[in-house]
Design a protein around this ligand. Structure first.
Ligand SMILES: [Mg+2]
Length: 218
């Protein structure tokens, strides 16, 4: 694949339900009592479908789950086991073509960093939500202002990064679709979850990482 010409100067990937077939927050919630797990899952689904803004649910889910440091590391392992087929190879092909790959996630940075290293994405190209410890030792608080925990966070961060254009964004959720206007192409990734509201506004749709090659390379 290295001889193929890339269509974009920068490619940005969402993480949850795109590079990996889990939603990190829901994975943590599943370790709690069923009522907390169900509430988290429903809130995530409604936020990703664009029915409610993500900031309305973000801190509420964290405060209910109250993840420990150990659980954040366990989630990191779960992410690596849940990597979508071909994702690592596609990122390697982009890097071979000198296309920087960024991860842009509303997920938790301590759990996403090991996945990024596994995928060959350097730490300075990983943009996610940082947490800080609460008085009980759990990581239940946002570490100051965290734009990626908000609905407009992704376009805001893409703009601030001043990435080389043309830029492609690949993601499954409403927070990914919000980058339309600040990137050149938004590709709805439907290999894990297919959300009609997201596909409807996307420039293209890919149901697998194999299907991304003709969209990202000439
Ligand atoms: Mg996602």
């Amino acid at each position: 694949m290295t001889e193929r010409r890339p269509r974009f100067q920068t490619v940005v990937f969402d993480v949850d339900s795109t590079l990996a077939d889990i939603e990190g927050i829901d994975w943590l919630a599943a370790r709690r009592e069923p009522a907390i797990a169900l509430e988290s899952e429903q809130l995530t689904a409604r936020a990703m479908a664009g029915e409610i803004p993500i900031e309305a649910v973000y801190t509420r889910r964290l405060e209910r789950i109250r993840p420990t440091g150990t659980e954040l590391l366990m989630l990191a392992s779960a992410y690596q086991l849940a990597v979508q087929p071909g994702a690592r190879e596609l990122i390697a092909a982009l890097h071979a073509a000198h296309v920087p790959v960024h991860l842009l996630s509303g997920g938790l940075r301590p759990s996403i960093m090991p996945l990024a290293l596994h995928l060959g994405v350097p730490a300075n190209r990983v943009h996610a939500v940082s947490l800080t410890q609460d008085t009980d030792g759990t990581f239940s608080l946002l570490d100051g202002e965290q734009p990626l925990a908000t609905q407009r966070g992704k376009p805001l961060v893409v703009e601030q990064l001043q990435l080389c254009a043309p830029i492609a964004m690949v993601g499954d959720g409403s927070t990914d679709a919000a980058v339309r206007g600040v990137v050149d192409t938004f590709i709805a990734y439907t290999g894990v979850a297919r959300r009609e509201q997201v596909v409807a506004v996307a420039d293209a749709e890919a149901a697998s990482f194999e299907a991304l090659y003709p969209l990202l390379f000439e």
